[in-house]
Design a protein around this ligand. Structure first.
Ligand SMILES: [Zn+2]
Length: 333
């Protein structure tokens, strides 16, 4: 059994499901896990109660008691105030989260100390400590899914910025007055390089009358989402519409990575999220080519590693546990 101060619970709160794991923050090993549906309709307090139950299941699977863990770290899908332990807003989960004191409420219900973070930032911490970014002092993580999130590690430390919103790479402008972004503005990277962007291109081509193996799904039921699974299948079949949509997303992801490298010159860019998990490292080959073309410093450019994430769905919970162990230990001194 690891030392008491090495164990922490990491929680990844998503709009659909929530996941908790007991993590050895010295080794990254998962000692117990539990998952359940979030049921966001129950509101902030109702969901927090579900988080408590999920944490209890993970701890029971790991065979640990409250005194065995330093506390809980939780990653939430939106902006937070880490110092105050408050959620600022969770757009997809309803207004009961606006200004919700999550750290305090969860601490009261669970009897554990709690630290909160943004989910993408803790994903970056997880990949940096135990995943594809291991050993890099400076690293940028990009997560490509429904949205496009990012996290910045400099000098082995997560950088959250002056107002806690550093790393919002998905909302960097890649096309002036371009496509609409999920945030309401136009021309952001998320509107060109996310799964949602690929889906939009495919739907647009099909509605314009182009042949595609996805046409049946798209026309039959408007509510069906073109998940990474559908996109990958059509891509592998060589479906022209899908191949073009994917190539366009890869191109803009390459530009975005070049922007990050020109700004920070990190040792590693780690790319994760649903699309990467489905399509694998092959997805990154054309991305690397575009990125390197736009690096200003072309010296030893292969040494800037552009690599696929390694921890999959667990990166957020692992990173949240790491953050909790650092923050809560410090608080104890
Ligand atoms: Zn945006």
């Amino acid at each position: 059994m690891a030392e008491k101060d090495e164990l922490a619970v990491g929680v990844d709160l998503g709009g659909t499901s929530l996941y908790a794991a007991v993590v050895n923050t010295g080794t990254g090993q998962l000692l117990g896990e539990a998952k359940c549906k979030t049921k966001p309709k129950r509101g902030a307090v109702g969901v927090t109660e579900r988080i408590v139950t999920t944490i209890a299941s993970a701890m029971s699977e790991a065979g640990v008691k409250r005194d065995d863990v330093i506390g809980v770290g939780i990653g939430v899908p939106g902006p937070i105030d880490a110092r105050a332990g408050i959620v600022i807003r969770l757009t997809n989960m309803g207004s009961t989260w606006d200004g919700f004191p999550l750290a305090q409420t969860l601490a009261k219900l669970s009897g554990l100390s709690v630290s909160i973070d943004n989910d993408v930032n803790v994903g970056a911490v997880g990949e940096h400590r135990f995943g594809a970014g291991r050993g890099a002092s400076d690293m940028v993580a990009l997560f490509v899914g429904t949205g496009l999130g990012g996290g910045v590690i400099l000098g082995n430390k997560l950088r959250t910025g002056f107002r806690g919103s550093a790393g919002e790479v998905g909302h960097m402008v890649v096309m002036a007055e371009g496509e609409s972004c999920g945030c309401g503005e136009q021309g952001h990277a998320e509107a060109y390089a996310s799964r949602t962007a690929i889906e939009r291109s495919i739907r647009r081509a099909i509605h314009a009358g182009e042949q595609s193996s996805l046409a049946e799904i798209v026309q039959e039921d408007k509510s069906v989402r073109l998940t990474a699974k559908y996109i990958q299948r059509a891509y592998m079949e060589g479906d022209d519409v899908t191949v073009r949509a994917v190539q366009s997303a890869q191109y803009y992801l390459g530009l975005l990575i070049a922007d990050c490298v020109n700004l920070l010159d990190p040792e590693a860019i780690v790319v994760g999220g649903g699309v990467l998990e489905r399509m694998g490292d092959a997805y990154l080959e054309p991305v690397r080519g575009v990125a390197r073309q736009h690096f200003l410093n072309k010296h030893a450019m292969e040494s800037v590693r552009i690599v696929a994430a390694e921890l999959g769905d667990a990166s957020g919970a692992i990173g949240a546990a790491v953050q909790a162990s650092q923050r809560l230990q410090r608080a104890a001194f």
